[in-house]
Write a protein that binds this ligand. Structure first.
Ligand SMILES: *Cc1c(COP(=O)(O)O)cnc(C)c1O
Length: 391
């Protein structure tokens, strides 16, 4: 038998061993973690909607109407009015012909990619794409070519060398670097080479673009430019699940072919109802986005002034680059001693030698919260080498 224990010990030695902390109470910046109060800067609840009273009320109201369980897959008898309404709402919100509600973003990526490309086809995938995209590519059995992060010229060269059906897939906002994909250029290149463009906007939906319509809308693009949009609902939307949106014919095709849609139980319909309420809120509430933008701008200015190395991005994902695994852990631990929760991200989630603290902001953070983070960072600055640290 394989030496599982030995592999675990090796991971511990390399500073790569992962543990889970246990949270009590609702998700919000003020967390109780293993019984201890912590101010969190690592959630993906970018708009502070995971514990929003209006959305919780919507869930409570829906329950007597919908009951609890999903009971069956969408193609048997699980497709409820509430799911259908959410799909129509999501199509409208994203300005697309149609939408499908998936149970998770992971399943959406696996299902969509493996349905839209198969044996004999070629998928082109950004080198920093999310794990679920990578797994979807493997599952499809298509040939996979990875292009350098955000490198549209490299992609164009690869596309020109390839015949047959081509699918290009990218994160809209990259989950560990926080930068935004060059969607306009990608759309142009895909059109020129007859490739189908799929964008996973897990971290853009709700946060970027007019009324939070995401990174595609933020770059002035539409369904014609990016035919397939995937979004998650457990991040800025604050509920659970995911969706795919695009032309009706493609959504119809996915209902026939996407195995992670077909062979799984429908989500509890009450979650769909609460998600509709959250989308209404997101569309209306520019103040949340404005407050979030302000927190991010102040953080960037102050942390840079302290000599921390950040990434060139204005999204709520603001990684502090460290380099070495142990130093990243040490910095995270020092912040925790001051009551702050900022997780260290290490390989294989990020490339070797690019360990970092992944700081994320939420509209639920106050200016006082931000100041606590900045003060703690200032007192921990000595843990990193001189300005312009390794990477
Ligand atoms: C979180 C994430 C997913 C997975 O979504 P879940 O709904 O959490 O399964 C997919 N893609 C990206 C880029 C993500 O960050």
């Amino acid at each position: 038998m394989r030496d599982f224990e030995g592999e675990l010990a090796q991971r511990k030695q390399a500073g790569l061993y992962r543990t889970r902390r246990q949270i009590s109470g609702p998700q919000q910046p003020e967390l109780t973690s293993d019984g201890k109060p912590l101010l969190s800067f690592c959630s993906n609840d970018y708009l502070g909607l995971a514990n929003h009273p209006g959305n919780i009320d919507a869930l409570r109201h829906a329950l007597p109407e919908t009951g609890l369980g999903g009971a069956a897959s969408h193609l048997i008898c699980g497709h409820h009015d509430a799911h259908h309404q959410l799909e129509q709402r999501l199509a409208e919100f994203t300005g697309r012909g149609s939408a499908l509600f998936f149970s998770t973003g992971y399943m959406a990526n696996m299902g969509v990619i493996s349905a839209l490309a198969g044996r004999g086809d070629t998928i082109f995938s950004d080198r920093l794409n999310h794990a679920s995209i990578i797994d979807g590519c493997i599952l499809s059995r298509a040939k996979v070519r990875r292009y350098a992060h955000g490198d549209v010229d490299a992609l164009a060269t690869m596309l020109a060398q390839t015949s047959g059906h081509k699918l290009v897939v990218t994160d809209g906002v990259f989950s560990m670097d926080g930068d935004v994909a060059p969607l306009k250029e990608l759309a142009q290149v895909c059109r020129a080479h007859d490739a189908l463009l799929v964008v996973d906007d897990a971290h853009g939906i709700g946060v970027l673009g007019p009324q939070g319509r995401g990174s595609i809308a933020a770059q002035g693009l539409s369904e014609e430019d990016v035919p397939v949009l995937i979004g998650t609902l457990g991040k800025a939307v604050g509920t659970s699940g995911a969706f795919v949106a695009g032309p009706e014919v493609l959504m119809d095709y996915l209902v026939q072919k996407a195995r992670t849609y077909i062979y799984t139980t429908a989500m509890p319909p009450s979650i769909a109802a609460a998600t509709c309420a959250s989308i209404d809120l997101i569309e209306r509430d520019d103040d949340r986005r404005r407050h979030l933008e302000k927190l991010i701008a102040v953080f960037r200015q102050q942390a840079t002034a302290m000599g921390y190395q950040l990434m060139p991005t204005e999204t709520p994902i603001q990684p502090i680059m460290v380099g070495d695994n142990w130093t990243a852990l040490e910095l995270s631990k020092a912040l925790e001693q001051q009551g702050l929760l900022v997780t260290a991200i290490r390989p294989p989630t990020v490339p070797e030698g690019e360990a970092r603290l992944r700081v994320t902001f939420s509209a639920a953070h106050s200016e006082a919260d931000l100041n606590r983070l900045l003060q703690a960072l200032s007192s921990c600055r000595h843990l990193l080498p001189s300005p312009g640290v390794a990477v």
